[in-house]
Design a protein around this ligand. Structure first.
Ligand code: GLU
Length: 184
């Protein structure tokens, strides 16, 4: 289990994401994290342990931005740690992903990506998704890049994906994991 959340709108995303993670905290106490598009760059903050450690981490900074994603983790691949916390990003930190589920063919995908020069930071199954999206993000269409990536994933997932160069757009997809979209 894990809890994922995303917000895009005209309000400050950070407090909305943290509040939403409070509601989803029961889904995983191993770590919590957020990625917010702030001044055209992704700001990623994550911390091992319960949500309160993330709250402490960001207590003294103001992360402005009206789009972001968040995660509360129940680890399946990779121990609970700061580095294994979600969101995970591509090498350049321009694409961020949160994931609920298990990517069963992650080892094979990791090998393939490593042979193309990708250096992995975490031990999670999830990180392959961020790198694959980057690999398919050749013509600047994040939806297309996610669709191409999904063709290569085996397992279960609910994903929320944001990309630095596509503000106002969260890509959310699911297979065998729950996901709810609200508009208001
Ligand atoms: N498999 C991912 C991880 O371990 C997500 C965990 C989950 O959904 O429980 O980081």
């Amino acid at each position: 289990m894990c809890g994922i959340v995303g917000y895009v709108g005209d309000k400050e995303a950070t407090p909305i994401l943290v509040n939403a993670l409070k509601k989803l905290e029961y889904r995983g106490y191993d770590s919590a994290g957020i990625a917010v598009l702030s001044d055209e760059s992704l700001v990623v903050r994550k911390a091992k342990g319960a949500l309160k450690f993330l709250e402490r981490l960001i207590a003294t900074e103001i992360i402005r931005g009206t789009m972001g994603i968040g995660h509360t983790r129940w680890a399946t691949h990779g121990e609970p740690s700061d580095v294994n916390s979600h969101p995970h990003t591509d090498v350049a930190g321009k694409i961020a992903v949160v994931h609920n589920g298990i990517i069963e063919n992650h080892a094979k995908l990791k090998e393939w990506l490593s042979s193309r020069g990708v250096t992995f930071r975490s031990q999670t199954d999830t990180e392959v998704i961020a790198h694959l999206i980057d690999f398919h993000y050749d013509d600047g269409d994040i939806v297309k890049a996610v669709i191409e990536t999904l063709k290569r994933l085996e397992g279960s997932y609910a994903l929320a994906v944001i990309c630095e160069s596509e503000p106002d757009r969260i890509v959310a997809v699911r297979k065998d994991s729950p996901l709810v979209v609200g508009s208001g």
